[in-house]
Write a protein that binds this ligand. Structure first.
Ligand code: ADP
Ligand code: ZN
Ligand code: ZN
Length: 747
């Protein structure tokens, strides 16, 4: 019986969407399985390829099918499971197989350039006794031979050998002839920068609820299934649950992936995992060099490490024996990839768990509405931790109405209450964290006469003033320019600066509290590789009294000395043109507030707002997620928003605005015809809009979009697949628009 292989061919510079079929010769030298690296004839060339699938038949006619070439041994094998995962992704996220496969390949394989660094080292070819005998009986004049043997006997590393005996190769050669020594090729292991020593820690005695949760999860792990939602306020001991479940996985010989939302969060989490598991932990980190990432991949693949901690892409850690996946802070949008393939790491986690018979545990104090709904209806098992560990109280949150402050003549960014709280903390030697969702100095610059804001010439968005560089910066494309002295629209010289960003707050802090050390953490101060870690550890060591930052500071920080947290402007997200505004606001306040009072002193949180009556703000202040959930779900249902409906957006971008518009409109017409003919859409399609995108131009590309809104029910997945198919059909051989499902912003 003939067998065929579908192979993804690596043609440089060409985007091949799918695989090509080849016949597997009957006398092929080895078993063929998906994930194998092979050589294939392609036109007149021989190219590298990756086996995707083994098939009993093919659509290629017998006279046209070609034989698959020999296997390639220099490429690392990708497991069959990971190939199946990639194929699943290509289907689910409507991307090319090539794009999906790239996620599961070892880092840097595409160009095949980054071969691991190797070196030669001498090793003993005889027993230690024999080596000792040689040293004792060798004429003392053979000093260098004795030295090398002594070094090898003491297990010296190659660095030490090179240092003590630079000409070791000649010496080893002489000893090799006597059969005492041989040389081996070893792969250079680079030590990633996280491998700093950490103090081992001991397991605390578990709280009853932690114990229960761990019991349930372990039972599921033992039976190779289970999806859990661990819901508990910040500081309720969720991480301890993850740690113990990972330990159980390890004891049963299986591996664990821990997903955390962002780089800035990773160091602390990593430290806790390393304190418990030592060298069995590795870190997937986008700031690692390619070589470091390859090492990680290798160590995961060969089983040296058992726990991988990392942001989104760590979901592709190539474990073969996965037993547990943890998704911490499940609600975070950073789990959604913003470029192709536009995957949701939580869904990918679910799929990997299904394939491996592993258990999935998501956790958060502020679950996403959609997943919490599934936890309530039982699709996901809900586990609760009802309070902080050791009975620590939740911090007291006060809401300050900034309109009242303004009436009372306070024009600063700091309310009287917040100033006083910071003052107290300073007096008691405690630390403060301040949060503002805007970097830069002034948020925008505009003209007093015509009211026009200064906009980026490449994007349709306002520029932000950064004072340290005295530049206006576009936060979408990075374009910088000097602040204009005259209004670009009307020529008036009455230019004014409005709003406040982190840089300006930093200045204001210096005026309010002269001499107090502050640290600022935003995208401008964290451009280099270790900067997050450096800022956080400096703050942890008490080198500054105040940490000021954007949403980066809202997460993960766990320092006992933080007693005051200030949210300078809680409304920023609330008024975003986006149905998730309230959800984001609630999450933000709850997360930031959770940073206070983790030690023995109770914390104090001050939330400044212009809309103190908003449910998202007052319920976050009361730490009442279930009440917020009820309220917000009602609003979503009334407004027909997800999770009751599903948005699908097709985004067309082009340097030529007319062309983008025409492409978008042509596809819209096509879709309409198709939809009319397909019954399942009747009554389920609530909206079909073909318009200019609210952000009409970014980075010189004009943006037009089609947005569909459909009822979310058992037929929605089918309708989504119909749309994907029609997209393929209409755009064969040309660039497809970007397709997104429930994008977290639609601008
Ligand atoms: P979460 O992940 O829910 O924010 P953590 O697991 O980080 O909570 O726990 C908060 C703090 O309490 C941490 O410092 C942790 O070491 C500690 N902790 C966790 N569980 C216990 C326990 N059972 N007994 C004492 N301390 C604990
Ligand atoms: Zn003007
Ligand atoms: Zn721009």
């Amino acid at each position: 019986m003939e067998r065929y292989a579908r192979v993804l061919v690596d043609v440089a510079g060409q985007e091949l969407e799918q695989g090509f079929d080849y016949r597997i010769p009957a006398d092929y030298p080895c078993a063929v399985s998906p994930g194998m690296s092979v050589t294939v004839p392609f036109g007149k060339r021989k190219l590298a390829g990756l086996v995707l699938e083994i098939m009993q038949k093919t659509d290629v006619p017998p006279d046209r099918i070609r034989d698959m070439g020999p296997p390639r041994y220099d490429g690392e094998a990708v497991s069959e499971e990971m190939i199946r995962l990639a194929l699943w992704m290509a289907h689910r996220y409507h991307c090319s197989v090539q794009e999906a496969v790239r996620c599961v390949l070892p880092p840097g394989t595409r160009a095949d350039k980054a071969k691991p660094q190797t070196y030669t080292k001498p090793v003993l070819n005889v027993s230690k006794e024999a080596a000792g005998l040689f040293i004792d009986t060798c004429p003392p004049s053979r000093k260098r031979q004795i030295l090398l043997m002594e070094l090898l006997l003491s297990d010296a590393g190659i660095g030490q050998i090179r240092a003590k005996l630079p000409e070791w190769q000649a010496v080893a050669h002489a000893l090799e002839k006597k059969g005492l020594v041989r040389t081996e090729t070893a792969v250079a292991q680079r030590i990633p920068y996280e491998q700093i020593p950490v103090e081992p820690d001991t397991e605390p005695e578990l709280m009853p609820e932690q114990e229960q949760a761990i019991g349930r999860i372990r039972d599921a792990m033992a039976s190779g299934s289970g999806t859990f939602y661990l819901f508990g306020v910040t500081g309720s001991g969720k991480t301890e649950v993850y740690l113990q479940c990972a330990k159980y996985a390890m004891q049963t010989g299986r591996s664990t992936i821990i997903l955390v939302p962002e780089i800035s969060l990773t160091p602390q989490m990593v430290k806790r995992f390393r304190a418990r598991f030592g060298e069995s932990v590795c870190v997937f980190h986008s700031a690692l060099t390619l070589a470091e990432r390859r090492d990680q991949w290798q160590r995961v693949k060969n089983g040296t490490v058992k726990v991988a901690v990392g942001a989104r892409s760590a979901i592709f850690a190539p474990f073969d024996d996965l037993g547990l996946i943890v998704v911490d802070e499940e609600h975070e949008t950073s789990y959604l990839s913003e470029h192709a393939p536009r995957y949701d790491a939580v869904e990918v986690a679910q799929e990997r768990c299904r394939m491996h018979g592993a258990t999935l545990v998501m956790g958060s104090a502020t679950p996403s509405l959609g997943r919490y709904a599934k936890a309530l209806d039982g699709t996901i098992t809900l586990l609760k931790l009802n309070g902080r560990v050791r009975g620590l109280p939740m911090p007291e949150v006060s809401i300050v109405d900034m309109r009242e402050e303004l009436k009372a003549g306070n024009r600063s960014m700091f309310s009287g209450q917040l100033k006083e709280a910071i003052q107290n903390a300073l007096f008691n030697g405690q630390q403060t964290v301040l949060f503002l969702n805007r970097r830069g100095y002034h948020t925008f610059v505009s003209c007093r006469d015509c009211g026009e804001a200064v906009k980026c010439p490449h994007c349709d968005v306002s520029m932000t003033y950064h004072r340290t560089q005295n530049r206006l910066v576009c936060h979408y494309c990075g374009f910088e320019m000097y602040p204009p002295r005259k209004c670009p629209s009307c020529g008036s010289s009455r230019i004014r600066y409005f709003g406040a960003g982190t840089q300006r707050i930093e200045d204001e802090l210096q005026t309010l509290f002269p001499g107090v050390k502050t640290l600022r953490m935003d995208r401008d101060t964290t451009r280099t590789k270790d900067s997050h870690e450096q800022i956080l550890s400096a703050f942890g060591r008490g080198e500054a009294q105040i940490l000021l930052g954007t949403q980066m500071v809202a997460k993960g920080l766990d320092f006992p000395n933080i007693t005051v947290v200030g949210v300078l402007a809680a409304d920023t997200a609330l008024h975003a043109p986006d149905y998730t505004g309230a959800e984001r606001t609630f999450q933000l306040i709850a997360q930031v507030a959770g940073r206070a009072g983790r030690g023995n002193t109770p914390g104090r949180v001050v939330v400044q707002t212009y809309s103190p009556e908003e449910a998202a703000i007052c319920l976050a202040a009361q730490h009442d997620y279930p009440a917020f959930y009820e309220d917000e779900m009602k609003r979503r249902q009334e407004g027909q928003f997800p999770p009751f409906t599903r948005f699908i957006r097709f985004l067309f971008t082009d340097t030529d605005g007319e062309r983008a518009k025409a492409q978008c409109e042509r596809f819209a017409e096509f879709l309409k015809t198709k939809i009319r003919a397909e019954k399942v859409f009747h009554g389920r399609l609530l909206q079909f809009r073909c318009t200019e995108s609210p952000l009409a131009r970014i980075d010189n590309r004009y943006r037009y979009q089609i947005v569909l809104k459909m009822i979310e029910d058992e037929a929605t997945d089918d309708m989504t697949e119909d749309l994907m198919r029609w997209d393929d059909e209409f755009h064969t051989g040309q660039a497809r628009p970007v397709m997104e499902i429930n994008p977290h912003h639609m601008v």
